[in-house]
Design a protein around this ligand. Sequence first.
Ligand code: NDP
Length: 687
Amino acid sequence: MNAPVRTPRRLESYVCGAWTPGQNEGPALLDAATGAPVAFIDSSGLDFADILEHGRKVAGPKLRDMSFHDRAGMLKALGLALMARKEEFYTESFRTGATRADGWVDIEGGIGTMLTFASKGRRELPNTRVLTEGDIEVLSQDGSFLAQHILTPLHGVAVHINAFNFPVWGMLEKIAPTLLAGVPCVVKPASQTAYLTELVVRRIIETGILPEGALQLICGSVGDLLDHVTGQDAVTFTGSAGVGRKLKSHPAIVTNSTRFTMEADSLNASILGSDAVAGTPEFDLFVKEVAREMTSKAGQKCTAIRRIIAPRAQVQALVEALRDRLGNTALGLPAAEGTRMGPLASLDQRQEVRERIRDLQTVAEIVAGNPDEVRVSSGDGAAGAFLNPVLLYADKPFAADAVHEVEAFGPVSTLLPYDSLAEAVELARMGKGSLVASVFTDDKAVAEQVVLGAAPWHGRVLIGNRLTAKTSTGHGSPLAGLIHGGPGRAGGGEEMGGIRGVKHFMQRTAVQGAPRLLSAVTGRWIEGAEVQHGVHPFRKSLAELTIGDQLITAARKVTLEDVEHFAHFTGDTFYAHMDEAAAKANPFFDDRVAHGYLVASFAAGLFVEPNPGPVLANYGVDNLRFLTPVYFGDSLQVRLTCKEINPRANADHGEVRWDCQVTNQNGAVVAQYDVLTMVAKQWPAAA
Ligand code: NDP
């Protein structure tokens, strides 16, 4: 069986608030497995300057009015709505050549990435519209002139030009961080598989969750769109290095210094450690991983293993094990039971891969598979873009230039022998920059040498061993929290990487000025900014609390008895608190000192308001530092200032961050930290 046959439809672009067909029917897009027409694609007649302007003018202000938490909530709602419709996407995905397992990576992997960004936005970003980064820089001795780095959303749009291999994930992994940043998106999917992206965008628009203009879609050529980008726009590109270089040097992008992120060809390597000889768990894991990376998505993954680097003594065993596994990979219709690998995306793509295999054959011999013979377990081997896996071997890897230059974007990989670990690292580097490398080893020295040697050439490095066999996410899986991108040939770009990915669509600005004005800009209390005294701030609900509400406590003396009691009560009888001679011999102390945790505990005793009230819980402290030793007889006093207020969107409480400074009788700061609390929005709670 395969995806049901249906009348091909004309794809439409979603631009300027309407689904819009091109003026012509355009070329047909064919089912990868059957060759049946699926859709027609054309974008002629669209006004590309208007599309950019629509995003900037209509959606930009609405997105920027929302806080990070609002936008994160929007992404969560969208992710859940898409997940509920996933089966429809799977059916369409079969037409691209993707099996159910391939579709899972694309569809649920993409939606999962969006949900991860939603969750990170809520947990790791404040509920504000401006992001602060790093510490305050003090620029004058009296503290009256300070600086703070802030990040604000670009006022343009992000144009995301995607490759054919991940029509869903490729879009969602890019729009999630962009929308979280507060920037509208224009997505241009690769034509070959655009019908799946179009379907997903239709469902997104139907939910009504995104403000109008936040997501536009262009099916077909982008025409003169790039002529109209400005310095407030961003362009991301995933695809071939040739097109990427052309777009990167587009006059408007160069003239306006438009941000350009590129993810292109990558000759990813996987290294079998010198310890991982045949018979070890690492050898078996390596074989499994290489075979999986070669066959999943029919090898059409930017992260797939293209170069297999192994000790020369293991080559024979490896070839046999891989030949066996690859030979048993059932190639057939993506939706058919028993199919392990589907076809390539198109007949053109298969032709392209066959030509690249011929390039590789100039320096390597085929040791498994035949690119010109198709063996399928289901479907019509002549009509679909089927290609059985091909394994090559280059006996002289340092002379095998083509292996380090040519990306055969299919189920193709080349085995390269090494005679020393240093050689293995050198071979990995010959890819001139890749998205990912992996090493399979259980030896700490091997792991260290390979990772440190290869890291500067890679955006991600995975270490595989027996302990992570079940838990590892695998060589080929980019993850929302981790950098996806690589230096050099891989394009030099960075995507995702958690909240870093959000910052790619924001401008970092150093703001200098007086504390109270900087505080007004960032919405965070800063040392030296205004404070208010009055009712104890722990008696105030979120509705009543304001930044700068401050409490100065009474003082409390620390005695020998306090320290002795605390030491025996907690069991912390560290010599610096208990042994006078040993404490005096310590370079940091003049005498026995109070425990830092005793200081923090006394501070809490000084600043809390004990009665039931709006403060619901203390959930931790940040950046705790003990700065000055506390000796017996010293007197402690606390200054507690409301620093940041983050109401939660879907709860009746929020987080409040308090600046807590503990000083001694001389005014020296003995401890400094942020106290983190949950505070009710209303108190008493509404009936
Ligand atoms: P392309 O570079 O041909 O296309 C990538 C995207 O760019 C597509 O959306 C394409 O649209 C668009 N595009 C092409 N020309 C222009 C242009 N002049 N202006 C604006 N946009 C343009 O890559 P493919 O997706 O066709 O893949 C081809 C090869 O790229 C693969 O065989 C593989 O080698 C490599 N590739 C590498 C990936 C990686 O991440 N390492 C991922 C995918 C591919 P359209 O489809 O409409 O032409």
